[in-house]
Write a protein that binds this ligand. Structure first.
Ligand code: LLP
Length: 427
């Protein structure tokens, strides 16, 4: 459920008509609903009620500080994967003890930044990383709290580019090596063991892979405790999928309540604190991308050419992902829905959002919206084709605010520096 609904035929974000934002900000733009963010955060929080837990929002899904601040005020922790994300989370007011640091390639500088600023735990993904972390922490006279990210070797049944739980991926350490690694970590001067961690993939639409992974983690908790390690926390990662289609066929993902029941069934009574790292489920359906029609074109096929492109929302080009595309204003009475290919202006055949989308006739300047674009939308945008990053807008009730401005072309161009020796005679 989200808060992007039609009133008198016009698409609204909460109480704000989308055309009103378009008139103020120009297109394309992303718009987020605070009410949907709140709702989704509470769904997870409630689903884990009865278990000691912390919901750590995966910042990579949407890293705008207004979004982070809103979630932090609700009590969320954050899962970060870079020094930049760590800094964003802290700037947004998230205390260090609620920030988890994941990722296969943390640098020593990033480790130092987090240790200085305060960190809940590092999810360590390799032995060399463990050694580096111990050295950095010891040199600062402290110990880094760690969980190893365990690769449970389960197939999450999702798109191959976002499946992370199989042995052949770059993620985590093998279950079979866990005991040795924990024994080593326990002897290191700069390390404090606090838990275990896993993350098996994203947009997972079935509970079975979660269950398989969780059972392995539960068994590992028992084994490690028997070895004498104080395993206090289990981080289950993120990955629960969302519905991307309002109509039609789709693997309906399990509800957070069903996911919560599974977690309770497997970890209840184990006396551990549960951490989860949902990104998509909190932010995905809390945002849409709004674009204008530039031209319609008929050359064998019918094309709707928008002012948004693959650089603004890369998911269709990158993962063949589906986003519902809907008109913002009502069609004229009796208008026929006809299939069109919805494309952007970027000079690549891959710059296509979807084929044969049934849409009413749309004239240049009319608005369309891509649903479910709040996660992995704005954060994955680029300036390819020297197209400015799309602005982001946040709505709460009947108010809205620009939470990231569209950069001016002059600012973008000014970032390049041309050395004085370019085009000199001897070049
Ligand atoms: N924790 C870790 C360690 C992760 O790597 C991820 C996502 C999450 C949590 C959050 O997963 P979520 O709850 O959002 O599924 N760009 C892709 C998705 C990449 C996900 C990467 N890791 C997409 O647009 O589908």
């Amino acid at each position: 459920m989200d808060h992007f609904t039609y009133r008198d035929g016009i698409l609204h974000a909460e109480d704000v008509p989308i055309p009103q934002i378009a008139a103020a900000v120009g297109t394309p733009f992303y718009v987020y609903s605070t009410a949907t963010l709140t709702r989704h955060f509470h769904l997870f929080d409630a689903a884990l009620e009865g278990l000691e837990h912390l919901v750590c929002f995966a910042v990579k899904a949407n890293s705008n500080q207004a979004v982070l601040r809103h979630l932090a005020c609700l009590g969320a922790g954050m899962d970060v994967v870079s020094g930049g994300e760590y800094m964003r989370a802290r700037h947004a007011g998230v205390p260090g003890e609620r920030v988890v640091f994941s990722g296969v390639g943390k640098t020593r500088e990033e480790m130092r930044m987090a240790l200085e600023g305060g960190i809940r735990q590092f999810n360590v993904e390799s032995e060399p990383e463990l050694e580096a972390l111990s050295e950095v922490a010891a040199s600062m006279g402290t110990r880094a709290p760690i969980a190893f990210r365990i690769n449970p070797d389960v197939d999450a049944g999702t798109h191959e580019k976002i499946a992370t739980g199989k042995a052949e991926t770059k993620f985590g350490v093998a279950l079979s090596r866990a005991r040795d690694l924990y024994a080593r970590a326990a002897r290191m001067p700069g390390i404090e063991i606090v838990g275990i961690d896993a993350h098996i993939g994203s947009q997972i639409t079935d509970l079975a892979p979660f269950e398989a992974a969780f059972r392995r983690l539960r068994d590992l908790v028992a084994t490690l405790r028997a070895d004498g390690h104080a395993i206090r926390r289990v981080d289950l990662g993120g990955g629960l999928g969302i519905p991307y289609r309002q109509q039609g066929n789709e693997n309906r993902p399990p509800l957070p309540t069903e996911y919560g029941a599974l977690v309770r069934r497997i970890f209840g009574g184990l006396d551990v604190e549960i951490e989860i790292e949902p990104g998509r489920l909190i932010a995905g359906n809390a945002g849409i991308l709004v674009a204008s029609v530039i031209y319609t074109k008929e050359e064998g096929r019918r094309f709707l050419i928008l002012d948004a492109a693959m650089n603004d929302l890369v998911r269709p080009a990158m993962y063949d992902a589906h986003h519902d595309i809907v008109p913002v204003a009502p069609p004229p009475p009796g208008a026929e829905m006809r299939p069109v290919d919805v494309v952007g202006p970027v000079c690549e055949t891959g710059d296509i959002f979807a084929r044969d989308v049934p849409l009413p006739p749309l004239a240049p300047g009319e608005l369309v919206a891509f649903r479910s674009a709040g996660a992995y939308g704005a954060v994955m945008a680029s300036e390819y084709n020297t197209r400015p990053l799309v602005p982001e807008v946040m709505v709460r009730g009947n108010q809205f605010a620009v939470i990231r401005e569209r950069p001016r072309l002059e600012e973008i161009i000014a970032r390049d520096k041309v050395p004085e020796w370019i085009c000199t005679e001897d070049s």
